[in-house]
Design a protein around this ligand. Structure first.
Ligand SMILES: O=C(O)C(=O)C[C@]1(C(=O)O)C=C[C@@H](O)C=C1
Length: 94
């Protein structure tokens, strides 16, 4: 592969990454919207916003859903952060 072709390939892959990042942001915001709705529904019937069992279930599901190359332990770290942020969002929307 010529240097020019390598540079073109790098630029193409970066455009793909930008597009994936835009999808990740959109999906994270869609998830956050559901969490806000869920929180309001739980509030209506007196359930707490924080549900550690449900969070465990989500973290468990990751292993089954993960097809790599990400390691499950790293995916778990990402999800722990996502869940922490979702919890903060639920607190904000009191
Ligand atoms: O499933 C719920 O009950 C939610 O509030 C959503 C959610 C999540 O982000 O998936 C957020 C906080 C809870 O601790 C558990 C899960």
């Amino acid at each position: 592969m010529q240097e020019r072709q390598v540079k073109e390939e790098i630029a193409r892959l970066r455009r793909e990454i930008d597009s994936l990042d835009s999808q990740i942001i959109s999906v994270l915001n869609q998830r956050a919207e559901k969490v806000v709705i869920l929180k309001k529904l739980k509030e209506k019937i007196g359930l707490p916003a924080y549900d550690p069992r449900r969070e465990e279930e989500i973290l468990e599901n990751l292993k089954r859903l993960n097809s790599g190359p990400l390691h499950s332990k790293h995916l778990k770290e990402i999800y722990q952060k996502i869940l922490e942020i979702m919890r903060a969002l639920e607190r904000e929307n009191c």
